[in-house]
Design a protein around this ligand. Structure first.
Ligand code: GDP
Length: 293
């Protein structure tokens, strides 16, 4: 499912998230492990403010190990808690509960001061479309199943899923929009499959992807498409891939749309290899993406 974000939708999404936030003690902020900062909502810090937050780097199975480690180090160095998760196999999902307990210690201490012994907490999942929110919720629900039923008294009845003995998870996630203001972020999001293809021309996205791959993962291109000459530039590389895959139009010309489709499918599915689409060093300290020099 893809969403077209217009100002009205953004305002509504924000309001809905604010309503949900009132109900929870901790937030699981989902970021795509392949592009953690590009897949982050630009207003998230302002919205979540001082609530305990656990960053979950989803689809870590599709990202490269070195990239996962670099991003975990990056977030930890910023004083944030972060875990890699793979909702497909459930890898890392078991760490969520203990990591949350740790983050909630200050809340428990405050409760204790007030004479409240309870360690019952409520959590919600938050992130941009396609980052893996439903998959993670389903995964967590499968581990322990039981839905705790309606809770009247809020604008809309909310369903809670019990996780472990002490945690309840809101069964619907908070959905926020991705960053739009930076064209490179847009290309990364499109390359990863996070945003609708019609927003950016497929061939432009493929050109970005092939250049990135030839810069950082040339061996993947060489192996997947049996390419010999990796000194080629973007269009040259796409042409070679097209030839190898028989993407020819009448008259023998390369069908770039077909090549783009093949390359992006291979990248998004991980068939090309485990690819991290941005590294911490690609970002300026002001939050903008470093231009490729
Ligand atoms: P949502 O829009 O945030 O709820 O995202 P979904 O849970 O619907 O996931 C979007 C797509 O990503 C689906 O095709 C999922 O199968 C896939 N996906 C979600 N989590 C993972 C993961 O950890 N690893 C992999 N490989 N794919 C995932």
């Amino acid at each position: 499912m893809s969403i077209q974000w217009f100002p009205g939708h953004m305002a509504k999404a924000r309001r809905q998230v604010e309503e949900k936030l009132k109900l929870v003690d901790i937030v699981f902020e989902l970021l795509d492990a392949r592009l953690p900062l590009s897949s982050r909502n630009p207003m998230i810090d302002d919205l979540v403010k001082h609530k305990p937050r656990l960053l979950l780097l989803t689809k870590c199975d599709l990202a490269d190990e070195r990239g996962n480690k670099a991003w975990l180090d990056f977030f930890h160095s910023q004083g944030m808690s972060a875990l890699p998760v793979d909702a497909k196999t459930g890898k890392g999902v078991g760490q969520i509960q203990p990591a949350s307990e740790k983050l909630l210690q200050p809340l428990f201490a405050t409760r204790e001061k007030k004479g409240i012994r309870s360690r019952q907490v409520r959590a919600m999942v938050l992130g941009i479309p396609n980052v893996g929110k439903s998959s993670l919720i389903n995964r967590l629900a499968k581990r322990t199943a039981a839905v705790t039923g309606d809770r009247p008294g809020v604008t809309k009845a909310q369903q809670w899923i019990r996780i472990g003995k002490t945690m309840e998870l809101l069964d619907t996630p908070g959905i926020l929009w991705p960053k739009f203001d930076d064209s490179e972020v847009g290309l990364r999001l499109a390359a990863s499959g996070a945003i609708k293809e019609e927003i950016l021309p497929l061939e432009e996205v493929a050109l970005y992807a092939v250049n990135y791959l030839s810069d950082r993962y040339p061996q993947f291109l060489a192996e997947r498409y049996k390419l010999k000459d990796l000194s080629l530039s973007g269009v040259g590389l796409l042409t070679e891939i097209g030839k190898k895959r028989g993407c020819l139009q009448k008259g023998g010309e390369i069908n770039f749309e077909k090549v783009a489709e093949i390359l992006l499918n291979d990248l998004r599915s991980g068939r090309i290899g485990k690819v991290t689409m941005e590294m911490p060093g690609d970002w300026h300290s002001d939050g903008g993406v470093e231009a490729d020099g």
